[in-house]
Design a binder for this molecule. Structure first.
Ligand SMILES: Nc1ncnc2c1ncn2[C@@H]1O[C@H](COP(=O)(O)OP(=O)(O)OP(=O)(O)O)[C@@H](O)[C@H]1O
Ligand SMILES: [Mg+2]
Length: 326
């Protein structure tokens, strides 16, 4: 299951992603956690020391390896240089599983031990000004998009991405790559207006979007969110002393998380799981092609000097039953 946490800066994306990842870990399922946020804090929120978090290998630094591995023997993709973030898989491409060993994990994933289990953490690497808002060849989130476009994940295995709601994700198809997107919103006008913008982009692509209210104190906050986002509001989370203790570098055992917050995390999982039935790999593949053609025309063809539309394998549909090439 592919799950994104998005929202405006400071809303609590990293906090809620990390709590959800910790929750999943206690259930023993395979989890890949990805930090694709402008502010790279997921490692710290999962309990890494500052130096450990700073030393994590960055996906953005291994784009070449990722591209070379994923293109495999796909004859339509001549080189890593002509593979852009939206280049879709086709016959001969290598696909990724959540729970396997592969060179991408070897290079980019760091095991993080949590109460109950170990998750794989991957980070895009810190963003620079050049990364923001542009459909760029070197885009940091491009590595995440390539990863998701080559991933065949099934039930009961999870990739959780901590991400911004910014224009970076709309420049490509990244925002359409998830079974469900949890939009973290504080009960403020700003938080809600970013949500409306996101919803508008998402509508045309069938993105499943649910709002998670955060830092919600009392009925007035709840009423505000309900009035503003209606039925999209899934659940709300209040101030957590557990989170505050963790922020001080003294994380209590996860089982000590407040009951209401634990129930909220369970609801997130049940809600995510229910989207499995909505999956449509044909549509998923078509959307990759759509965004690839768009990126090819707007900058990719010019940048690479080749016709990137020719990379599309018309007979290929990604799916759990696609045989993996050796
Ligand atoms: N439910 C909560 N209870 C207590 N503290 C919280 C809660 N949610 C968020 N916080 C605190 O609010 C701050 C911002 O949260 P967080 O870093 O998760 O937001 P973010 O959306 O990831 O921000 P950024 O855009 O900077 O990445 C953090 O200090 C975090 O500990
Ligand atoms: Mg964050």
């Amino acid at each position: 299951m592919k799950i994104a946490f998005v929202g405006k800066g400071g809303s609590g994306k990293t906090t809620l992603s990390s709590l959800f990842i910790r929750h999943l870990a206690t259930t023993g399922v395979p989890v890949v956690a990805i930090d694709a946020d402008i502010n790279q804090h997921l490692g710290a929120a999962l309990g890494l020391e500052e130096e450990q978090a700073a030393a994590l290998p960055a996906m953005g630094d291994h784009l070449r390896l990722i591209k070379d591995y994923l293109r495999g023997t796909n004859p339509r993709i001549a080189s890593a240089e002509t593979m852009i973030k939206t280049t879709p898989p086709g016959e001969g491409s290598r696909l990724l599983r959540l729970n396997e060993d592969n060179p991408v994990y070897d290079a980019c994933a760091h095991p993080v031990e949590l109460d109950g289990g170990t998750v794989r953490l991957m980070v895009t690497g810190p963003f620079t000004d050049a990364d923001l808002g542009v459909a760029c060849y070197h885009s940091k989130t491009g590595a995440v998009e390539l990863f998701l476009n080559h991933l065949v994940d099934g039930r009961d295995e999870y990739v959780v991405v901590d991400m911004t709601a910014g224009s970076d994700s709309f420049a490509s198809g990244l925002f359409t790559r998830f079974d469900i997107t949890f939009f973290v919103a504080e009960p403020t006008r700003k938080g809600v207006s970013v949500y409306r913008q996101y919803k508008q982009y998402a509508r045309d692509f069938g993105v499943v979007l649910r709002v998670v209210g955060n830092k919600v104190q009392g009925q007035d906050d709840l009423d505000f969110l309900r009035a503003e986002v209606g039925d999209d509001l899934l659940v709300t989370v209040g101030h957590s002393d557990w989170v505050r203790a963790m922020e001080k570098g003294r994380p209590p055992r996860f089982e000590l998380l407040e009951d209401a917050n634990r129930r909220a995390l369970q609801l997130l999982q049940v809600t995510a799981d229910a989207t499995y039935e909505l999956r449509d790999w044909h549509r998923y593949t078509q959307q990759m092609v759509h965004f690839h053609l768009k990126n090819a025309a707007s900058w990719g063809n010019e940048r690479t000097g080749v016709d990137l539309a020719a990379q599309i394998d018309p007979g290929f549909v990604l799916g759990e039953d696609v045989a993996a090439p050796a």
